[in-house]
Design a protein around this ligand. Structure first.
Ligand code: ZN
Ligand code: ZN
Ligand code: ZN
Ligand code: ZN
Ligand code: ZN
Ligand code: ZN
Ligand code: ZN
Length: 506
């Protein structure tokens, strides 16, 4: 025997391919490999004309397996052209012929078989659905993929979402938003509405027990059970709550009574303030100075404008009280001053501008030095306006008001008709008026410098209060003379009547 290595003489791809004879419609036995009985794509032939496939020959010692003739490996070789043509003319069947494919191709055109395999209806394919391992003939795989595969996508008939067939049941029971579900409270709803339902689900929403004093938080659905099961406790709570409510009601009733009382007081106050509006006053007008003769001089500027304003106010008050022939006087109050500038009795002057005349009054106020001063006040005083001058001896006329000592309230004396309005206007200098007031030891007889007799009468005692709603100039004046007080007139008594009670001036 010859031992050696058979060297493959074909170097083309697939040179070693050998096909079982069952793949062929008909094969002459002479064309089969005498070792494996297959049909070689590239047969090797020995000089004895016996055939082997290259794979079987590899490692074979060389002698013919069929007839035993002794050949060296080098003596095997490809068959001649005629034999090769016999091979090429063989009909090789599709590898799926046993599954029913009857496609065949000439052995010489094997590449056509590869093309066929890509479409062979009997070729085994894998299911294309994700997760499926099923394999089957191509002509049935479509049926599997679309109708039988557990992994095929189907559409949920409720929500129209694509879901794997084997998960559709789980989808419906656990996920499908359009599936009808039932809440523990018994309410039926689509799954997508559950979240909204939970916000008002009687099993989830806690309510406070409405029984007064109980206040327990209970799921809404359990409230009825709670109420019917807590009758005794609720009854006790209710009787306590009723007592508390009764005391609250009586307390509120008291408050209501007090409020009504306050309201009535406030209404009365408003009525008084309304009445006070009729009085037209400016406070703290002008400036005081002390001249060389130790006389107190009150200077008021801007008088033309003030007189114009006074006229307007007179007209306005006449309109407010149609048919009333008495005009409301316009009052100009001086700042408060001391009789000796930095000592003495505290006083102020009040200029009373009426439609045709001007009145002048001196008011005595509580002052810093009252404790060091003799009481009752018994100084005479002289008032001069331009060339008009008048003196009042107070000694007799005020005695009965001050016999108890210091006056409990401010007192005033003066002239309701000190001069007529025209004389007043003539006394104006550079839009200002100067009024001089000086105090001197009393004397028995009065010699008026002007025509007339100074016979001032003390005014009655009045109630004093801050004015209601001051005008802008009043506001300024009040701020700088907070202490100043002015008489209040009783509603119904016209200010003009009060001044009429004062004795006539000069
Ligand atoms: Zn073989
Ligand atoms: Zn042979
Ligand atoms: Zn086929
Ligand atoms: Zn499948
Ligand atoms: Zn669904
Ligand atoms: Zn519910
Ligand atoms: Zn309760």
């Amino acid at each position: 025997f010859f031992f050696g290595t058979f060297t493959l003489s074909y170097d083309m791809q697939g040179a070693t391919d050998t096909y079982p004879r069952t793949r062929f419609k008909h094969v002459d036995d002479d064309l089969l490999c005498c070792l494996c009985n297959g049909v070689p794509k590239n047969p090797m032939v020995a000089p004895c004309q016996h055939v082997c496939c290259p794979a079987c020959l590899e490692g074979w010692h060389g002698c013919c397996p069929q007839c035993g003739a002794s050949w060296s490996p080098q003596e095997w070789g490809p068959p001649g052209r005629i034999v090769q043509n016999m091979y090429k003319k063989l009909d090789i069947l599709c590898e799926y012929s046993t599954s029913g494919c009857d496609f065949s191709v000439k052995f010489g055109n094997l590449e056509e078989l590869d093309e066929h395999l890509a479409h062979c209806p009997k070729a085994i394919c894998r299911c294309s659905n994700e997760g499926c391992t099923f394999e089957g003939p191509r002509d049935t795989i479509e049926l599997h993929e679309q109708k039988q595969c557990e992994h095929r996508l189907v559409y949920c008939e409720l929500c129209d979402t694509a879901v794997k067939y084997n998960a559709i049941q789980e989808h419906k029971t656990s996920f499908c938003p359009m599936m009808e579900i039932e809440c523990t409270c018994g309410q039926k709803m689509l799954r997508k509405d559950k979240e909204a339902h939970l916000l008002r689900c009687p099993h989830r929403v806690l309510v406070v027990c409405p029984v007064a004093g109980c206040g327990q938080r209970i799921p809404q659905g359990d409230l009825e059970t709670h109420i019917s099961g807590s009758l005794s406790m609720h009854f006790q709570l209710l009787s306590v709550a009723t007592q508390e409510r009764d005391s609250t009601i009586s307390r509120l009733a008291d408050q209501l009574t007090q409020t009504q009382k306050k309201l009535a007081e406030a209404e009365e106050k408003i009525a008084n303030l309304e009445a006070d509006k009729h009085e037209q006053s400016w406070y703290g007008m002008g400036l005081w100075r002390r001249d060389e003769g130790c006389r107190n001089v009150w200077t008021i500027g801007n008088m033309n404008q003030r007189l114009k304003d006074a006229t307007l106010k007179h007209q306005a008050s006449a309109q407010r009280q149609p048919g009333c022939s008495v005009y409301v006087p316009i009052l100009l109050w001086s700042p408060q001053y001391y009789t000796q500038a930095s000592f003495g009795y505290r006083f102020s002057l009040c200029l009373n501008i009426s439609v045709h005349s001007v009145g002048l009054f001196i008011h005595l106020h509580e002052g810093e030095y009252d404790d060091q001063l003799p009481w009752p006040f018994n100084l005479d005083y002289t008032v001069q306006l331009g060339t008009i001058q008048s003196t009042i001896t107070q000694r007799d006329s005020y005695m009965h008001y001050t016999s108890q000592g210091r006056p409990p309230h401010e007192l005033s004396w003066g002239w309701a008709n000190f001069c007529d309005l025209n004389s007043f206007k003539e006394a104006l200098q550079n839009d200002s008026i100067e009024i001089t007031a000086y105090f001197h030891a009393s004397h028995a007889s009065v010699t008026p410098h002007h025509n007339g007799v100074a016979a001032g009468m003390p005014m009655g005692q009045h109630h004093y209060h801050q004015q209601g709603v001051p005008t802008a100039p009043q506001q300024q004046a009040i701020q700088s003379h907070q202490n100043h007080k002015a008489p209040k007139h009783h509603p119904g008594i016209h200010p003009g009547q009060m001044y009429a009670a004062v004795g006539q001036g000069y």
